[in-house]
Design a protein around this ligand. Structure first.
Ligand code: ADP
Length: 625
């Protein structure tokens, strides 16, 4: 989990570094716990070793002290003193022997014996045994040498007769201040060793020669803790302290000095094969009072090490848990921080968004206002455009009127001239009293005026300003009007007009405007048919679903390719200046488009031009004046 968490946030090298750091911290904790545990265990062990030393030294002391006064007491025995004065008195010797034997049994000493001042044993407790000391000379033994010069002596050594280790307590026996002999009590300390080994204690006592004289383990006994200098070795040979026993070295390696009287050592039992904590001991040494011996106890460090190892493991586990906890805590804090940062970022983004929305709204509002202003402006422009267009159409119409005016003037001239002649004649006939002729003339005048009125009426009707929207244009009627307006030109140009119409077609269109379109188209045809023999205009109309179709086909010169391309463009004209404005077709097309229809032009396959008008149809007939 720790790994997973770390891997999530770090690169591989980072993770490795992190792991190394964690391993270092864990190892540090473990080492610390190990050392702390070991040193506290060592302190405890030192304490317990001290207690053991107290106990062992006390028991050893009491074991020896029991016999301490015994040699001196022997000097109080008159028999003993007597024997020393008369060593050859066999009866006395026997008596003393018995006494000593009895004393030995009572005190559980190993042996008690009396030596004369030459070191010869003159009485002994073991007088009855085959290897009795009796007669032996131990003058070379230190316990004799020291005792004879007045010092009470204590000596540990191996017996020369029985090779039995023992502790020798000796004291000079004097008579009137003159040393006459030495009393020796030999005691065995094996009982003590037996108790130690039973208690599984690791304890030994080394003498001044650093030779182990008492030990809980048999293999330690008479082992040398150091190498003896040659002169000491010689001395030992002389005193036969260890009865010429070969002293083995006891290999105890000092690992470190724990305190002034405690040290950590390594001792490998003969079976031990490798160095391990099992071979480490705390060795605590103390000099024994009243002797130059050293009492040592060894406390195995194995439990201390195993405790230290388990504490180190525990510390490692705890530190891993602690680190995991810390990492988790850190992770949580980081997440929380990230979360807060994310929330803040979100809030910031939200505020920015809100601000943007506000800005956009303001922009939109202003755009909307601008748009509305533009719409109003457009509407105004459109109205203006419509107005302008209407004016343009009207202007176009007036241009047509202008063009028509010459022929209309010509058309009116004829009846006017006739009117003039007729009215003059009528006056004459009235003067002559020829009333019937005058009345006939007046009738003709009336007809002429009516015809003139019709012409001007048609022109006025054509010229009148029409409304752009709506209307009902009866096709035949509208065509009649248009043809009537150009009638003079038709006749003048000898143009044959063929009308193949479907009756009663009504277009949804202002009739006046349609008439303007038709006049435009017909005058264009007349222009194209100018001076053409057999000039002809064929007009056809029909119903196409919801529309009406009107075609004007002349057999004039038709359109050039260029004309066809630009026909409906304003100011496009092929006519000489002053004749054509180039607006006729443009206006016609826009009138029809406004009415929801269309105007198209093409060259007819049989020659000439053909214009096709399409307009929304109205059902039923309508009337148009
Ligand atoms: P204008 O009549 O003033 O020239 P129009 O827009 O009415 O302007 O006509 C544009 C041009 O179209 C004419 O100049 C002419 O060249 C051509 N045109 C129009 N009608 C016809 C037709 N029936 N036959 C041949 N050409 C035509």
């Amino acid at each position: 989990m720790l790994l997973h968490l770390m891997a999530k946030h770090r690169s591989l090298s980072g993770t490795l570094l992190y792991l190394a750091l964690i391993a270092l911290i864990v190892a540090g904790f473990a080492c610390w716990a190990f050392n702390a545990s070991l040193s506290s265990s060592l302190a405890e062990l030192e304490n317990s070793a001290n207690q053991r030393l107290d106990l062992y030294s006390a028991t050893l002391d009491s074991e020896v002290e029991r016999f301490a006064r015994l040699p001196g007491v022997l000097g109080l025995s008159p028999a003993v003193v007597g024997l020393l004065h008369a060593p050859r008195d066999l009866i006395l010797q026997k008596q003393v022997n018995r006494y000593l034997e009895h004393l030995t049994e009572r005190t559980s000493a190993t042996a008690i014996y009396i030596m004369d001042n030459q070191g010869q044993v003159i009485a002994t407790s073991n007088w009855q045994q085959p290897d009795s000391f009796l007669g032996e000379n131990d003058a070379f033994r230190p316990y004799f040498k020291e005792a004879i010069i007045g010092k009470s002596s204590r000596f540990f050594g191996i017996g020369t007769t029985r090779s039995e280790p023992g502790y020798y307590l000796s004291q000079a026996l004097d008579d009137n201040g003159q040393a006459i002999g030495v009393a020796v009590v030999k005691i065995s300390l094996s009982r003590l060793e037996h108790t130690w080994s039973q208690n599984k204690a690791l304890v030994w006592v080394a003498d001044a020669n650093r030779v182990v004289i008492l030990a809980s383990r048999p293999e330690w006994k008479f082992a040398s803790l150091g190498t003896l200098p040659p002169q000491d070795q010689q001395r030992l040979d002389e005193t036969r302290q260890y009865n010429r026993l070969k002293l083995r070295p006891l290999k105890i390696d000092l690992l470190h000095q724990q305190s002034s009287d405690a040290r950590v050592v390594r001792w490998m039992a003969p079976s031990g094969v490798a160095d391990s904590p099992l071979h480490r001991y705390l060795e605590q040494t103390r000099p024994l009072a009243g002797s130059n011996w050293q009492l040592s106890v060894l406390e195995s460090l194995a439990p201390a090490y195993s405790l230290a190892y388990s504490r180190a493991s525990l510390a490692a586990v705890l530190s891993i848990l602690l680190l995991t906890g810390l990492v988790l805590l850190n992770e949580r804090r980081r997440r929380l921080r990230d979360k807060l940062a994310a929330r803040e970022a979100l809030q910031r983004a939200y505020r920015q968004l809100e601000q943007k929305v506000e800005e956009r709204t303001a922009d939109l509002l202003s755009a909307n206002q601008q748009l509305q202003a533009e719409v109003t402006e457009r509407a105004r422009a459109e109205t203006h455009l419509r107005q302008t267009q209407a004016e343009l159409i009207q202007a176009g119409k007036m241009a047509v009127v202008g063009q028509l005016s010459a022929q209309i003037a010509h058309e009116l001239n004829q009846p006017l001239a006739a009117l003039s002649t007729l009215s003059a004649n009528t006056i004459k006939y009235l003067a002559r009293g020829n009333l019937p002729t005058a009345s006939g003339n007046l009738e003709t005048i009336g007809q002429l005026v009516e015809r003139m009125g019709k012409i001007t009426g048609a022109l006025r009707s054509f010229a009148h300003k029409s409304q752009a929207s709506g209307g009902q244009a009866a096709l035949t009627r509208t065509l009649d009007n248009a043809l009537f307006l150009i009638d003079q030109r038709l006749r003048h140009g000898a143009v044959e007009v063929i009308r193949e119409e479907t009756p009663d077609l009504v277009a949804d269109c202002d009739p006046n405007r349609l008439e303007q379109v038709l006049v435009n188209l017909l005058t264009n045809s007349l222009d194209a048919l100018q001076d053409m023999p057999g000039a002809r205009i064929i007009i056809r109309s029909r119903r196409l679903d919801q529309r009406v179709e009107l075609t004007l086909h002349d057999n004039g010169h038709g359109f050039s390719a260029k004309s066809l391309q630009h026909l409906f463009e304003p100011f496009y004209t092929t006519k000489p200046a002053g004749v054509g404005l180039g607006l006729g077709l443009t206006l016609s097309a826009s009138i029809l488009a406004e009415a929801g229809g269309s105007l198209s032009a093409a060259n007819h396959p049989q020659g000439g031009a053909i214009f096709t008008l399409l307009l929304p149809a109205l059902t039923g007939e309508s009337h148009h004046d």
